[in-house]
Design a protein around this ligand. Structure first.
Ligand code: FE2
Ligand code: FE2
Length: 378
């Protein structure tokens, strides 16, 4: 899972503090405490932990989609990736000490943030499984929690080789939880699972064609990995199909558009904050992000009554403005004082305006298909 909240407030640890710790690694080794501190951050740019109304979720009735549901659950129960998340002879040795410092910093940031996002899914799904009584719901969430725990554990394993470990037990107890109503969990989690699939498979295919750019073995695991995320997304697509209003009422359509815009916008800003990482992969960030948006849009036509017009003349220029506003806000925060505070406020205003501009780009309407289920096709 890989979702973001849209509050602009940076509480607990700020991005600057977290990154300052990462930067301090040139003076001393980046430690597990640093990684956990980074994972503890609750900002727009870092993965959050979620909680919801578990009773409402438990009251779900999957009968309207029973046939597809049983098929999907059987597929997940068969557990095709049971043995996948283990290092084997394909796991090449990595010279962490020899890695270019800027790349090392961004790559660790990427791994910690991915680990937190995966674990965020695990925590939410496990809690649902623990609190639920509805056998269908409990079974699904148990299967998804199983997968996300493996994903987070595997990334943590990779980090361990760099001498770093995210303290997942500490995160579960101490990280702040953001409350989302169940329907927002559906929209946001569905999107985050599908965008997660699109991100992993796009990197995987790129490195399949350009193996010399694969600077770490973890990318070899992305294909089977992203199939798990695809299945999780399918489950949420089915859940949304149990109640027509979730995707057809006027208000809910506005929410869906909001989540699409927020999730895409956040991804754009976050990815642009990691130039060295993408350069090492040989990936142009704008190309990569647009490609991920394209795949996600295509897939989400299975359930959403619209897609964002990512080819609209205002789309990319406005995303660039959004990114610039965030970069300026970070600089202003680092500066501090009255000038910093004013700079931050001005940056936040520009980010808000850019978001409003993105949100008002007319959508492309979509008639959802009769049958919701899809198979991974990329
Ligand atoms: Fe995952
Ligand atoms: Fe997932």
């Amino acid at each position: 899972m890989n979702i973001q909240n849209n509050s602009h407030s940076a509480d607990a640890t700020t991005v600057e503090e977290g990154l300052a710790r990462v930067e301090a690694q040139s003076a001393r080794e980046f430690t597990s405490d640093d990684a956990t501190a980074l994972a503890m951050q609750n900002t727009l740019m870092t993965p959050r932990f979620y909680t919801t109304d578990f009773d409402e979720l438990d009251a779900l009735n999957v009968e309207p989609v029973r046939k597809d549901w049983d098929k999907l659950i059987a597929q997940m129960e068969a557990d095709p990736n049971k043995g996948h998340f283990k290092k084997n002879e394909d796991w090449d040795a990595i010279d962490w000490d020899g890695m270019e410092p800027e790349l090392k910093k961004e790559f660790i940031d990427f791994l910690v943030s991915s680990c937190t996002a995966e674990f965020s899914g695990c925590v939410l799904y496990k809690e649902m499984k623990r609190r639920g009584n509805n056998p269908d719901v409990v079974q699904l969430f148990q299967l998804m929690a199983r997968d996300e725990a493996r994903h987070a554990g595997f990334i943590n394993d990779a980090l361990r080789e760099a001498g770093i470990q995210v303290n997942l037990g500490f995160l579960t107890r101490e990280k702040k939880y953001t409350y989302f109503r169940p329907k927002f969990i559906y929209y946001a989690t569905y999107l985050s699972e599908k965008i997660g699939y699109a991100r992993y498979i796009t990197i995987y295919r790129h490195l399949e064609a350009n193996p010399e750019q694969r600077f770490h073995p973890i990318f070899k695991w992305f294909k089977e990995w992203c199939n798990d995320e695809f299945s999780h997304g399918e489950a949420f697509a089915l859940l949304m199909r149990t109640d027509e209003k979730l995707t057809t009422s006027f208000a809910n359509k506005l929410w869906i558009k909001f989540f699409l815009t927020a999730v895409f916008g956040t991804m754009w800003v976050r990815d642009h904050a990691r130039p060295a990482f993408h350069e090492a992969l040989g990936v142009d960030i704008e190309w990569y992000d647009q490609e991920v948006f394209r795949k996600t849009s295509e897939i989400s036509k299975q359930v959403f009554p619209m897609e964002l017009d990512i080819n609209h003349p205002r789309w990319k220029p406005t995303l660039r403005r959004l990114e610039k506003a965030f970069a300026d806000m970070d600089k202003a925060k680092a500066k501090g004082g009255l000038g910093g505070a004013l700079g931050k406020a001005w940056g936040a205003t520009r980010a808000g305006l850019a978001f409003a501009s993105l949100y008002t780009i007319p959508v492309i309407k979509n008639d959802v298909p009769e049958s919701v289920r899809l198979e991974p096709a990329y």
